[in-house]
Every structure is written in C-alpha cells, then in structure tokens.
Write a new protein. Structure first.
Length: 692
C-alpha cells in the first residue's frame, strides 16, 4: 500500500478482509464470549429483547504464554510463567487475547486506560510523543494530562445513561479478518449489540480498517479549525471511531440486569427509559396492525426489525410521558438513574423498581404497567389548529388535541438535542378516550422542542419540531393551561370532508381506469406508501407526511406535473341543497432528487374542475407570494392549507371535484435558494362547507 491510503474503500464490497470469529494458535489467540470457550450458565448471545444475564465473579488462569502479552478482563498478576486475572466487578463474560503487542498505559484517578497495538504500528502515537503539552520536561505535564484525560472521557460519555462503569479500558488492535457480530435492530439502536465491545475492552481492526480509510498516521491539521492535530484526533476522530464500533454498548449491556416474571424484555425496556431517544424510523400501518394483534407482550418476544424497534421505543415514550404526569421529569429522571446506579453488576427483580417508585412518589404504578404491557389497544391522538408564537423569551404553543380511540393517550412536549437524545419530558398531558382539549404552553424559547403523541395510531408518527426562529405575537397572550372543548370545536358540524384515504376518493389514470387507495395497495404487489425520494414517473404516488390532512392517517398522493391525463376525484354526498363553499387542502411539501420538487412555490398552478347542475367549471389556483420554506420542518397552518375554490349552488346528493395533473411544466428559479424548483401536483382532501 502507498504511504497515505492503505484501504481506498471501507465497505465490504470494496475489499474482502475475511470473517473469522476466533483465532487459536501458538502465535495468536482471540476468543470472545460468543464462541463459548469456557463454561457458561446462560447463552452469550441474544437475538430478541428478552434475554437472561448472569453476573459472575471470574478468575482466569493462563498457563505458560511464553513472551506474549496476555489480555483479559480484570487485574492481571504474573507468577512464574503463568498469568492470573481476577475480576474487579462481577462480569457477564470473558474475552481472551494472546499475542505480541506494544503497550501504552495511563492511570488517572481510579481508571486505567491501556492501548495495545501490533509491533511497528507506532504511528498511532507519533502525534502525542511530539505534543508539547505532554512532553516530560513540561512542568504542567501532569495537569495537562489530567485535563486531556477528562476531556476525552467526557466526549465518550456524552449522552450515555451512566459514567464509564469499569476500572479498566483496554483498546486492543486485532486482525483485519476478525468478524464481529453486530445487531443494530435489537430493540433500538440505543440498545444495539456489537462484539467489538466487551466489558473493559474495545477491539478495533488492524490499522482501523473497515472504519477508517485514511492511514491513522497521516492526519493533518484542519486549517478551518482552531485546534491541533492532537486535539482533532482525541476529541473528534477517536470518539467518532469508537462510536462506529459500538462504544455505547459498554455503558448499557454489561453492567446491570433487570428480570421480571411479568414483563418479558424489561431489561431493554428499562435501558430505553433511562436513555430515551427519538424514533428514527417511520411506523407503517402494517406494524401498527401487528401491535394491535399481539400487543407489546407478544411483540417483544420476537426477533424484529428496525421499524418494530421504533414502535417499541414510542411505546416506552408513552410510559415515560405517563410517569411524568405523576411527578416532574427531573424527579423521575433522577429516581431512575439512582436506581440504575444501585443495581450495577447484579441481577435485580423489576418489582423492586415498582416498590421504590411507590415509596418515593406515593403511587402504585403496577396496574398501569400491566395494562400498558398487555393491552392490544392503540391510542388515536390527533392534533389540530397548532400555532406557534413568541414573546420575549417565551415560546407560546397553542393547539387542540383529541383522542378518538378507546384507550388513554399521552401528548408530550419534549426537550431534545441535535443528536436525537430526549433530554426532558417538559410537559405531559393524559388524554382520556373521547376527550378533546385545547392546550396552551409557555415554553423556554432557548430549548429545542418537539411535540409528540408518543405511541399513537395516527400516522405518520413524526414529531412536530419547533424551530428556534421567532414568530412575533400580536394581541393578548393566551393563559397557559388545559381547557376541555366540545367535539364540535374539533370537528365543526356542517363540514363534509373527503380525504384521499376515504371510499369516496378515486384516482383516474390515462386509460380512464379508476382506483381507490385500498385497491392500489391490494392489487399492485402489496404497494405501500412510497419513499418521497423514489417517486414513480407518470403515476400517483401515495406518501405519508405529517403536514398532510387526515384524521388517522396523514397521507396524500403526489405526482410530477403532466398533461392532464392523470386525475384525482373526490365525491361528497350532500344532505341538502344550498350554497356551499368548496375548499381543497394544499399542504406545503418539498422533496429532492436531482432537483427540488415542491407543491407550493409561488407561481405554480393547479387545475380543478367542479361539477354543478349547470355543467362543469374549471378553477385554476395559482400559488401566491408568501413565506415559502424549503424544508418540510415547516408545517403550513391548517387554516392556510385550506384554499377556497369558490362558492357554488349545489343540489342534495352527489357533488364531484376533479384535479388533473396539469401545472407549470418549466422549472422555477430562486435567487434566495439558488435552486430550480419543479412542480408536484398533490391530491389530499376536499371540504364542502354549507353557508348558514
């Protein structure tokens, strides 16, 4: 290999390093718990949420290793030709590595960090040997060393449920052909599993292959960053590298074990409780139907997908939201972490958590937990009329929420960070079946906030993110609080809405064939909602997006501009004759492929036809100038998304509105964004409102 690059590609399709799960020879040995090289009481690998963990006080004797380095967990002692390792904590398993290694080590306070590399690979440390701050003749060396040590430790411990739990941390170089099994769909990525990480150890492939393409001895100072090469390696490169090999597992998978006869999988449920994260995958109707069929109790016993993992995370978020209605989030979070600290390196029955919760907060939550764990019912929480304003340092969030299901729902205002961690459940509201409420929140303008219905059958499951921008408030500031409202305020009487999910909505293709959404999903190779990045040409594409209209499923059909041959049709059955104003729902929607595609860039047009007793009337809607936003984080307020087609005298009975796929067939340019925009035609909902 040349001096700078030894692996031009890091993916396995580019280079084949081999896949060996173990090494046993007189020159090198590497044995992980997963190959069961010593007697064990429980399986060392789990493929589903329910697992059994055994904490054991091990002593390992290695006879006559010769001049080679012997590495394992615990404190080593050498007697003659033999090496003995004694655990400092009860452990879940043992790793054994024997080979020729060069060692670097440092101990600060009670933690010893050891770095083992193959002979000749001194390039890892060349920066630090030349670093002025750590030279032996520097009078501030010890002070600098301690500061650097804790800076690195803090970087690695960021967003972990506990501080580093062991007395040793050994980074060990292993052969490039080593195979480490990784399960990143196990419950959630937050609780995934990787063989690279073992108690007290992080195993990395030779010269960082598979995770790093640049030779680790050729990092250079970034001219755009005010930091040295050493600082770059320690504070950015090394934490990123450790993250890629799964360092988070060392903070969660090896230091405690919760068991329960009532709640299978409670160990991983609790790990998600003490370190909650935002769901990264969209939930499909198919997964919700699976939940309705089996409940959490049935789902958690399976080996499942990333999407199922996200649904379970939302179910846990629902539980946290409920617990935070009993006490404050700070008190709840403190209690959970104190409990987690007390149960380190031992097996603990979850009943003790329930008992201590009742002692601390005065409420027995076991009946609620039982219902939460076994129920097959799914809350249906829908949010309407959301507005966001700011005044001074206060963000005023005003919305209506309704529960149209037969089980309790929880709506929460989350404090999050840019990395997807939930740092607080700032507000939490229990919404009983059939309840409708107006909620006004005065929140800190400096927080990154997201509004969520937690585990709910309303799709998509995306949270509503409140961007940090200011939206000046005018008029009197509404008082913070919760006000019960009548169902008619949520679903105004006299309005007839036909959504794209309804029976009275149909798509018409170029051959004049008509299809409903259910027909489309049933007949076209089990098609479901499509990824907006992969829209089919010359076809209506069903998509799920939070800005769309829908009581339960917020979806719409989108299509690139065409010639008018593809159409969408809404049919309403009017109960009585009269004058009706007809509205179409045109949400803000943007996606990108080679170009930017959007529904509502100023100047774009939509072509609707309203059928009346006098015949048919074509209405052309042109998007007016406004505050166009490039991102889909911007939700167009519902009252702005409803656009009037006009008022019409209509008889009782059938009334039809048709949209065709014509529009503006040339790209729009924007000096503000420096992009070209191509029109998407969107078919969502139509509303008939009778004049009084």
């Amino acid at each position: 290999p040349d001096d700078k690059f030894f692996s031009p590609r890091t993916d396995r399709e580019g280079e084949n390093y081999g896949n060996r799960t173990a090494f046993v020879s007189d020159k090198y040995t590497l044995l992980l718990p997963q190959v069961m090289w010593y007697p064990t009481a429980v399986p060392p690998v789990w493929l589903q949420a329910s697992k059994e963990t055994n904490f054991t006080d091990y002593t390992l004797h290695v006879k006559n290793p010769g001049g080679m380095t012997v590495l394992s967990q615990g404190k080593p002692t050498r007697e003659g030709d033999n090496v003995t390792f004694n655990n400092l904590q009860n452990l879940t398993g043992l790793t054994l590595c024997i080979g020729n290694y060069e060692k670097r080590a440092i101990t600060v306070d009670s933690l010893t960090v050891e770095f083992y590399t193959y002979p000749g690979n001194s390039f890892y440390m060349k920066y630090f040997d030349e670093w002025e701050a750590l030279k032996k003749d520097n009078p501030d060396r010890e002070k600098n060393l301690k500061e650097i040590f804790y800076e690195c430790k803090n970087e690695i411990e960021y967003n972990t449920p506990i501080p580093y739990p062991f007395k040793y941390f050994k980074l060990i170089e292993v052969p490039s052909s080593s195979y480490f099994w990784t399960n990143k769909t196990s419950f959630s990525d937050n609780n995934s599993f990787s063989d690279n990480i073992q108690p007290e150890m992080a195993l990395f492939w030779e010269r960082l292959c598979r995770v790093q393409s640049t030779h680790p001895g050729t990092f250079s100072k970034d001219p755009n960053q005010d930091e040295s090469v050493e600082e770059y390696v320690l504070y950015r490169q090394m934490p990123a590298f450790l993250s890629r090999i799964g360092i988070k597992n060392i903070f969660s998978n090896y230091n405690s074990s919760l068991t329960s006869d009532s709640y299978q999988g409670i160990e991983l449920i609790f790990k998600n409780m003490i370190n909650p994260r935002l769901s990264e995958s969209k939930i499909s109707p198919k997964i919700l139907n699976h939940f309705a069929e089996k409940g959490l109790k049935g789902i958690i016993a399976e080996g499942y997908s990333r999407e199922q993992s996200s649904a379970i995370s939302l179910k846990v978020s629902h539980l946290l939201g409920y617990l935070a209605t009993i006490t404050t989030w700070d008190s709840l979070n403190r209690f959970m972490h104190e409990f987690n600290e007390r149960i380190r390196f031992q097996e603990t029955d979850f009943d003790s958590f329930l008992e201590e919760f009742e002692q601390r907060f005065g409420q027995n939550i076991k009946p609620y937990m039982d219902e939460w764990y076994t129920s097959h019912q799914i809350p249906l929480l829908t949010i309407k009329d959301l507005s966001l304003k700011t005044t001074g340092k206060t963000r005023i969030i005003d919305f209506k929420v309704g529960n149209i299901s037969e089980t309790d729902g929880i709506v929460s205002l989350l404090i999050t960070d840019m990395y997807g961690a939930i740092t607080g459940y700032d507000r939490n509201y229990l919404i009983k079946p059939g309840e409708f409420k107006r909620i006004v929140i005065h929140a800190n303008i400096e927080h990154r906030l997201e509004l969520t219905t937690n585990f709910s059958g309303i799709l998509p499951n995306d949270n509503i993110l409140f961007s940090p921008g200011e939206f000046p408030f005018s008029g009197p500031v509404p008082k913070e609080g919760v006000t019960p409202i009548d169902r008619n305020e949520f679903y105004p009487p006299g309005e007839i809405v036909v959504d794209n999910e309804d029976e009275n909505f149909q798509l018409i293709d170029s051959a004049n064939n008509r299809k409903r959404l259910a027909d489309l999903f049933r007949n076209e190779s089990d098609q479901e909602y499509v990824n907006p990045q992969n829209l089919k040409a010359n076809a209506w594409n069903p998509i799920l997006e939070k800005g769309m209209y829908g009581n339960r499923i917020r979806s719409a059909f989108v299509k690139e501009v065409g010639t008018g041959q593809f159409k969408a049709e809404w049919t309403a059955n009017l109960p009585e004759a009269g004058k009706y104003e007809i509205f179409i729902y045109r949400p803000h929607y943007t996606t990108s492929r080679r170009d930017i595609y959007t529904t509502d860039f100023p100047g774009m047009k939509n072509y609707y036809t309203v059928y009346t007793p006098q015949g048919k009337e074509e209405i052309i809607l042109e998007v007016q100038e406004g505050n166009f936003d490039l991102s889909n984080l911007y939700l167009l307020p519902e009252e702005e998304a409803w656009v009037s087609l006009g008022k019409f005298n209509l008889p009782a009975g059938e009334s039809r509105v048709v949209l065709d796929d014509r529009g503006v067939d040339h790209p729009f340019t924007s000096e503000k964004y420096r992009y070209s925009f191509i029109q998407l035609v969107i078919a969502d909902a139509v509303k008939w409102v009778k004049e009084k």
